[in-house]
Design a protein around this ligand. Structure first.
Ligand SMILES: [Fe+2]
Length: 372
């Protein structure tokens, strides 16, 4: 798509309309690969992004790695206990230095053995004896901004992101109230979907609209009449009470999972924190291509033995959660096919339910048009 064509497609979304008059973001935003290039530059490199869990980097030498839209990062805790992050790219010939997560004493490139200390400084490089005009100080790892918030590590891959702690301040007491601190990471599941990353986010932000139709098992356990969405500057919170008779019926597996109700927090652009009963699942939506998305599900539970958590409960919860995910995966993939068809361009928002989705599209439009 030519540049002017791209800006015309951006301008076809009108952020100024009230939700009951607005049309959704055009299908081109989801099916043209040029939009993902723009999102890499103006969304993913301009905002704080979830990068990992603080429990992965608790002590000196602990590290974790990840990749977002081709940007590889490594987060490592130094001997001085300070958390640092770098582009996970060797300054010699660009190889990836660290893999996975774990503990190390220094960062050693597997290609030619260039070795960096935990503060990113180049310590040694084999066979450089005869090199001229080389200043080791200039060849440290490229730093990336990093911050811890609750049980999560965030990175900012570009310049001048907003203040993370300020943006998330109103969310903190709400999560705190649900005793997030008492939960422990248990396991991770990953799903790869044949859809644009925004399709998955949209599905999440429809105010519970799809639950009664798509997730019949889950619907029986929720009091959908109590479903509400609250908007904040950079995040939204959806919440819902548990159904009064949630102990029986087809969805009985869900009953003990839901507890008193559910809280679903979405943080722009690609993070979801789902807190219910004695558990929490955190979803990270990672675009792989304009029509391919990885969603990471990290599951946290209250400690075993407390709140009746047993390995059997964990297993049952994961099975029930997987069933919901399968339903979402198949609907998201069908949406992507529909978006690519000539039958669809822009849809509408259900005013009382889908204002969270409209907020997402407005935030995106602001970033993509570089209006900040
Ligand atoms: Fe769903």
């Amino acid at each position: 798509m030519e540049g002017h064509d791209l800006s015309r497609e951006l301008s076809r979304f009108d952020s100024a309309l009230p939700v009951d008059e607005a049309r959704t973001a055009p299908a081109s935003w989801y099916v043209r690969s040029e939009f993902l290039d723009l999102e890499r530059a103006r969304v993913f490199r301009k905002n704080w992004l979830w990068a990992g869990r603080t429990d992965q980097v608790g002590g000196p030498g602990d590290y974790l790695t990840g990749m977002i839209l081709g940007d590889p990062y490594v987060v490592v805790r130094g001997e001085d206990r300070r958390l640092r992050a770098f582009y996970n790219v060797c300054r010699h010939h660009a190889a990836r230095i660290a893999n996975g997560s774990g503990t190390l004493e220094s960062l050693v490139c597997p290609y030619h053995g260039w070795t960096y200390d935990l503060a990113g400084k180049l310590k040694s490089a084999p066979h450089l004896g005869a090199i001229r005009c080389f200043d080791r100080e200039e060849f440290g790892l490229v730093p990336v901004r990093v911050e811890e918030w609750g049980p999560f590590v965030f990175v900012a891959l570009g310049d001048a992101p907003r203040a993370l702690a300020t943006d998330l301040a109103p969310l903190e007491p709400k999560l705190e109230r649900t005793k997030v601190r008492d939960l422990r990471f248990v396991t991770r599941r990953e799903y790869t979907l044949r859809c644009n990353w925004k399709v998955f986010v949209d599905n999440y932000l429809d105010g519970g609209y799809h639950v009664a139709h798509l997730h019949k098992g889950l619907a029986g356990q929720l009091d959908l009449g109590s479903y509400r969405t609250e908007l904040y500057d950079r995040f939204s919170i959806q919440s819902c009470g548990a159904a009064a008779n949630s102990g029986g019926g087809a969805g009985a597996d869900f009953a003990e999972r839901i507890g008193d109700g559910a809280l679903y927090a979405w943080i722009y652009p690609n993070l979801m924190i789902n807190r219910y009963g004695p558990m929490m699942d955190v979803n990270v939506v990672v675009p792989l291509a304009h029509d391919r998305t990885l969603v990471i599900f990290d599951y946290y539970f209250a400690g075993e033995g407390r709140d009746g958590i047993t390995s059997d409960f964990v297993e049952k919860s994961l099975v029930a959660s997987h069933a919901v995910q399968e339903e979402d995966v198949s609907i998201c993939e069908s949406v992507q096919e529909g978006l690519a068809s000539p039958a669809y361009d822009q849809g509408r928002y259900a005013p009382a339910l889908e204002h969270g989705m409209y907020q997402f599209h407005r935030l995106l439009a602001t970033d993509l048009r570089d209006e900040r």
